[in-house]
Design a protein around this ligand. Structure first.
Ligand code: ADP
Ligand code: MG
Length: 488
């Protein structure tokens, strides 16, 4: 039986969001990426006798920021527990996490579903520390504990996602939100967000099927592929009269397949115990009010506002996806005179950012947003043609003004290149004379256009523009060619 049909895929995600603190969750060791092995650890991280954990308050603040943005209920009193397991990546022999009384519960993430927006309900979100990692190379297996103790917020959804697409969208929406409130740097290459995907399939309307957990997936695209592959595997199994075994599998993005890590039978008994070294985590009203008061406008609200300015849905979604893009757009729009400058101003700036700047290598970093804003204003006012403006944009991109912070005089650039369109009555009269001359000199092409070969018009426009030089306005010339052709 083909996938789809009356099969439904059900996904619940557990996403580990790395909180962007300078120090570890329970120690003062720095959190850094790409350091030599085992330089960022201290006595607490490796569990030396007598070393006591002290909760990093900054991690709590970041968790609260994301929790409030997710609409979670905040527990006034939550607690930490030890989750015991014996594996060399966990030097203490246990992980500090939150079990029965997590900091955050409920809440939701809104995604674009197939039939409009859908709120995906969360079960909980809790603070926990990351583990270290085993490095396997030609020297054998060695341990790097730098990551041990890195603060994570684990966000757990209900089994409410329906298939690979929704799982991918959830991952993206959560990343966007976490970045917007500055809780996470969103850097997927560095593992700042990692998802465990629980996947089951069922006949539509039937109770939930047996789930398989896919571990440690670090990008929305991999998540999509892993869920799609797992659903196909389960449907094939069930369709052939087999059963799904509850197990944990590891997704290999390079091979596009998963393999078994462990089955339910060898699931570890974690022997959860309250951590006696850590006091209760108490959040008072004043602290929560403070978090609420300092949250920025969230991506969904900002997107709705952009759409109300006439910006297309897709472009608006792109602009709010990452704070760097949003900041660039806001700076460019403000330099373009703001949304009130003209009915098309916000839309024009949005299109230039999304279609042009984001298409250039490191576009956001290399183009000064204020210069782009002025350039788009000139285009929007009809003072520069789109084609000419693209030349200027490339010049802005190729110089290092964005790095040096030098203020770019876009008007001077436009004038130096002779790109400012001549406007006014004289200009039109001169352009019309040139167009007439071109038509006079091209009787064969005029006849072809008259006989319906509309494409030849481009030749006539091109010849006229060439004769007029760079300051000519292509739109105006096109209009004049049409008018003059109609008279013949
Ligand atoms: P555990 O206690 O074993 O960790 P939970 O019930 O807390 O399991 O669920 C863990 C994750 O698995 C949650 O994200 C949940 O939504 C998801 N989940 C549970 N059952 C299913 C199922 N049948 N199909 C898909 N996902 C599921
Ligand atoms: Mg966990």
């Amino acid at each position: 039986m083909a996938a789809g049909g009356d099969w439904e895929t059900v996904v619940g995600l557990e996403v580990h969001v790395q909180l962007r603190t300078a120090q570890k969750l329970f120690s003062v060791a720095p959190v850094r990426f790409g350091q030599p092995p085992n330089v960022d650890i201290d006595a607490v991280d490796v569990g030396l006798p007598g070393a006591l954990p002290v909760l990093n308050d900054e991690a709590v603040t970041l968790a609260l920021r994301l929790g409030v943005a997710l609409g979670c209920t905040v527990r006034a009193t939550s607690r930490f527990a030890r989750k015991h397991y014996f594996y060399p990546d966990s030097p203490k022999g246990y992980q500090i996490t939150q079990a029965d009384e997590p900091l955050l519960s409920d809440g939701h993430v809104v995604i674009d579903g197939a039939d409009g927006p859908r709120a995906i309900p969360l079960v909980r979100a809790h603070l926990e520390e990351d583990a270290g990692k085993s490095v396997h190379d030609e020297l054998g297996t060695r341990l790097d504990w730098n990551r041990a103790g890195t603060p994570l917020l684990e966000v757990v959804t209900q089994p409410a996602l329906r298939g690979p697409d929704e799982a991918m969208r959830f991952f993206r929406a959560l990343r966007s939100l976490a970045m917007a409130v500055a809780a996470c740097d969103g850097n997927l290459q560095e593992g700042s967000m990692r998802a465990d995907a629980n996947v089951s399939v069922r006949r539509r309307g039937a109770p939930l099927g047996t789930r398989v957990e896919l571990k440690n997936i670090n990008s929305p695209r991999f998540l999509h592929d892993a869920v799609a592959h797992e659903a196909r595997r389960q449907i094939a199994l069930l369709s052939a009269g087999g059963t799904v075994t509850q197990e944990t599998r590891l997704w290999d993005p390079d091979r596009g397949e998963s393999r078994v890590m462990r089955t339910k039978e060898d699931a570890p008994d974690y022997r959860y115990l309250g951590d006696p070294d850590l006091p209760l985590l108490v959040i008072d009203e004043a602290r929560l009010d403070d978090v609420k008061a300092t949250l920025p406008e969230l991506p969904a609200a900002r997107r709705a506002r952009y759409e109300a300015l006439g910006i297309a849905t897709g472009a608006a979604a792109t602009l709010v996806d990452e704070p760097a893009t949003t900041a660039f757009f806001e700076a460019a729009l403000s330099a373009a005179g703001g949304a009130a400058a003209s009915a098309t101003r916000a839309k024009a700036v949005a299109n230039w950012v999304v279609n042009e700047v984001l298409g250039l290598p490191e576009g956001l970093a290399r183009v000064p947003p204020s210069a782009l804003g002025r350039l788009v204003a000139l285009v929007d006012e009809g003072a520069v043609a789109g084609r000419g403006a693209k030349d200027v944009l490339r010049a802005l991109h190729d110089t290092d003004d964005a790095d040096t912070g030098a203020v770019v005089d876009v008007d001077a650039l436009v004038d130096a290149r002779g790109l400012r369109l001549q406007q006014g009555g004289d200009v039109e009269a001169r352009a019309r004379a040139v167009v007439r001359e071109v038509l006079d000199k091209s009787p064969a092409q005029v006849a072809q256009v008259k006989s319906g070969k509309d494409k030849i018009k481009g030749f006539l426009v091109g010849q006229s523009l060439k004769a007029l030089g760079q300051g000519a306005d292509p739109k105006q010339v096109q209009q004049l060619v049409d008018e003059e052709l109609a008279k013949r």
